[in-house]
Structures are given as C-alpha cells and as structure tokens.
Design a protein around this ligand. Structure first.
Ligand SMILES: [Zn+2]
Length: 73
C-alpha cells in the first residue's frame, strides 16, 4: 500500500459514493491539532495515512494536485 494507491482508492470511492464533502480548512486544522485526520468514509486515520478500507486521509487527498474533490480554478 502506497500513498498513491490510497489516493486512487479514495478517488474510486468518490465515484461510487455520494453525499461526501471535503472538510474546510478549519476542520482540517482541528484534526491536525489532535494529530489525526479523517478519511472520506469518516474513518479516523493518521494525517498522512489511510484507513483500514484503503482510503487516503483528506489531508493527503487535498494535497493531491489531481484531486477532483476540491477543484479550484
Ligand atoms: Zn475507512
């Protein structure tokens, strides 16, 4: 399992799930202050890790320039 694989899993998950939304910066900061993060399926994960389902943390996802969960033009 690599970060890239976890990111790929997360993007696959986005395609088959609805109702998710990327956390805002404030939430990310709170998680970081607690030394944790969450995956898109709400699992608690390490900030630079992935959950037991193989989904990358939001911190990893939002750092990914290919992210389609939060596209900024
Ligand atoms: Zn999970």
């Amino acid at each position: 399992m690599t970060p890239n694989q976890a990111l790929r899993n997360a993007h696959d998950w986005f395609e088959v799930n609805s109702g998710w939304a990327p956390p805002d910066q404030e939430t990310l900061d709170e998680w970081a202050a607690d030394g944790m993060c969450r995956a898109p399926d709400e699992c608690q994960v390490a900030p630079d890790g992935w959950c037991g389902h193989g989904l990358a943390s939001w911190a990893l996802i939002l750092r990914d320039p290919d992210d389609n969960g939060r596209s900024r033009s």
